[in-house]
Unconditional design. Sequence first.
Length: 124
Amino acid sequence: MDERVVGAHAPTATTLGRVRAALTDGNLRILALLFIAGQVIDAATTWAALRTGHYREANPFFADALSGESAGPYVAKGVLAALVLFGALAYVSRRRLRVVLAILAVISLQAPLTNALLLLLGHR
């Protein structure tokens, strides 16, 4: 019987197993950590900027929710980011995963860098 597998994943591989396998690659692990770090730093710098009263959230999906004092929207954003990362690690082919994670990391780090610059330069 021919046991070759067509497609990105073996049918017996579990989702968690595919995530673990992807994270054995050091470069993918670094990109995943950069994405997570960007999300955490973005939440912290967004919270700090919004607390000054001089800034507003630019993301239209979260602008109203982040206008209050609740941590709920930050938790929801973190959960969404975790699901995106998990989905990419589990279902994007290894050949494309490095590019996908690099794009996610860059996008994830751009917002907190912008927030930090705004906070350092002050309200203008």
